[in-house]
Design a protein around this ligand. Structure first.
Ligand SMILES: [Zn+2]
Length: 162
């Protein structure tokens, strides 16, 4: 998951009704200013981004990748999987984006955040790990191939045995 830097303006926000719906826009490049309530999706750059749906104003970037987020578009609405957990923001928002709906989840505890972070790291390591290497034969097991020098070849062609 993507972890955003903490920004002080997240702190001390008055409580407000939480947004429950979002729209989406397919774009090529992210606009300088993201509108509230919109999930921006760049297929070209395999990235989605939005302003944190809690209203804190922070930009949340969710890379689309097998080890990150998967985007579903059913022709009308979009969904992101897994949930968006902005652990490093002061708001620590955690929600699911499903079919244009924001399903707010419980805030994670510090232990849960650490577990999620190490799971993310493990997923990435496993994804990018080189494929298992087939066992190689050791030098002793390799079939012995007699090395023949050029001189030996020439002597052989000339019928000289030695
Ligand atoms: Zn927020």
């Amino acid at each position: 998951m993507k972890y955003e830097k903490t920004m002080s303006r997240c702190k001390g926000l008055p409580s407000r009704p939480k947004r429950t719906k979002y729209s989406h826009q397919f774009i090529e490049h992210l606009p300088d200013n993201l509108d509230d309530g919109v999930l921006y999706i760049s297929v070209r750059y395999a990235t989605a981004a939005h302003r944190c749906f809690c209203g804190c104003g922070r930009e949340v970037v969710t890379p689309l990748h097998p080890t990150k987020w998967k985007l579903t578009f059913d022709g009308v609405t979009t969904s992101l999987h897994p949930s968006v957990g902005s652990w490093s923001l002061a708001c620590k928002s955690h929600y699911w984006l499903q079919d244009g709906r924001i399903d707010w989840a419980d805030m994670f505890t510090d232990e849960q955040i650490k577990a999620a972070q190490s799971r993310d790291l493990r997923d990435q390591v496993n994804y990018f790990a080189p494929p298992a290497i087939a066992p190689v034969t050791t030098a002793a097991e390799k079939p012995k191939k007699k090395s023949v020098s050029l001189v030996e070849k020439l002597l052989g062609w000339m019928g000289v045995k030695w």
